[in-house]
Design a protein around this ligand. Sequence first.
Ligand code: NAD
Length: 479
Amino acid sequence: MIEGKLFINGSWISSKSGETFPCLNPADESQIATCASASKADVDSTVLAARKAFDEGPWPRMPAAKRGKILNKLASLIQRDADELAKRETLCTGKTWFDSRKIEIPFAGQVFAYYAGLADKVGGRTLPNREDAFLMTIKQPVGVMAAIVPWNFPFLLSAWKIAPALAAGCTMILKPASLTPLSILHFAELCNEAGVPPGVFNVLTGSGSTVGMGLVQHPGVDKVAFTGSTEVGRIVQAEAAKTCKRITLELGGKSPNIVFEDADQKAALRGALTGIFYNKGEVCAAGSRVLVQRSIYDGFVEQLGEKAKKLKVGHPMEEGTRMGPVISQAQLDNALSFIQSAKDEGARLMAGGDRAKGLDKGYYLEATVFADVSNDMRIAREEIFGPVLSVIPFEDEKEAWEIANATPYGLAAGIWTRDVSRALRTAKAISAGTVWVNAYNLYDPGLPFGGFKQSGFGRELGIEAMESYLETKSVWVQL
Ligand code: NAD
């Protein structure tokens, strides 16, 4: 059993209230850890430590290249400890060992390496606008940053915030989701090993209402980087406004994955399946609405159903498992209620639709596909955040755009076609922060990711994320 403490100022500390909470393994419902539940007093002392590290400590003042060197060290420690990090990730989330060990932990390491390189490469401008003055902008770290992270990619989404914030010279406090704190607690230990000074990186486990909200409201925090549901994002935005904090919000989605009649259908089928079933659909950018052109619709839907039925649902550590359990009983119940609503509204069930057979312990759900969905049904409108796919027919390009954009969200989209003009026209027409053409769910540390509309604002990854942890200062030197 893992005992998780708070990581404050480089040390492991129990909560001042002495309260703890259990962590469960969604694969078998067993308890895997007891974690400290931080109190309001812990939030205050941690902000003080991060504040001191920023206002007086070496981190923002050291040469940027030295910060880069420490981030590089973190990248190699992540690689060294990839087994332990992946084990903790899979234990908490139920994601397959393959996805944790081969995809997500290594990608988090690459993100650290990317920002290690970027640390000393972001600068200001000089403006040749006046004879009588020298005008320039300089970049300075925003200050103390609070990162609030969800449970679907606990380590990876943390890395997306930690690496650029530290590279920029910020100090920070990370609050993981209560269901999934274990990988980031191991990472905190790596920060000490890599030489991150005390107070620069802190972890507070505990509830959203006490720790998350405590950080959002705290006057000692300069910026909040939030990833989570649109519902909580709205609350965070409203509260952060009271102290005019800088914020970035990465929120929910209901992303369209559009298959045109001229697509490479084999590739599109693969893309439609991974688009929704990777990480059991618990992906903000999940392609949860597959739009298929009417002329190829019947055959495509049949094949989708057949292939979904063959996806192996099972224990996440078992070889060959494509989908582990969803994260919790609440998520399972939530997905089942969407399935019921789809049946009630007349959608055609092509695969799944129930708890996975023969897996009585744990929160296993079948890969579920509904055809003949119309965009006004509840399953097509609301984010399910589970392995439930809606397939919607369309007649022509214009209708595809209309359906794709008929959502309050705008996180991502997929386009499957061999016609490059159609691909580019559609990429421009869709309101989404990321558009994949003949691909889905692919990420690169340099390519920014984030939302349009109610999927949030600000960008993770790339130079754009680094910019969001920097202030621009204008300097006017009269000659
Ligand atoms: P959530 O909004 O319930 O929780 C996210 C985080 O906020 C957690 O750490 C939680 O403890 C904290 N929190 C909860 N209430 C809070 C409050 N009042 N004040 C401050 N913090 C609070 O989301 P979740 O259920 O953990 O994650 C699923 C959601 O996250 C989905 O909607 C998904 O689309 C979204 N998501 C978005 C992205 C993206 O990059 N756009 C990535 C992953 C997940």
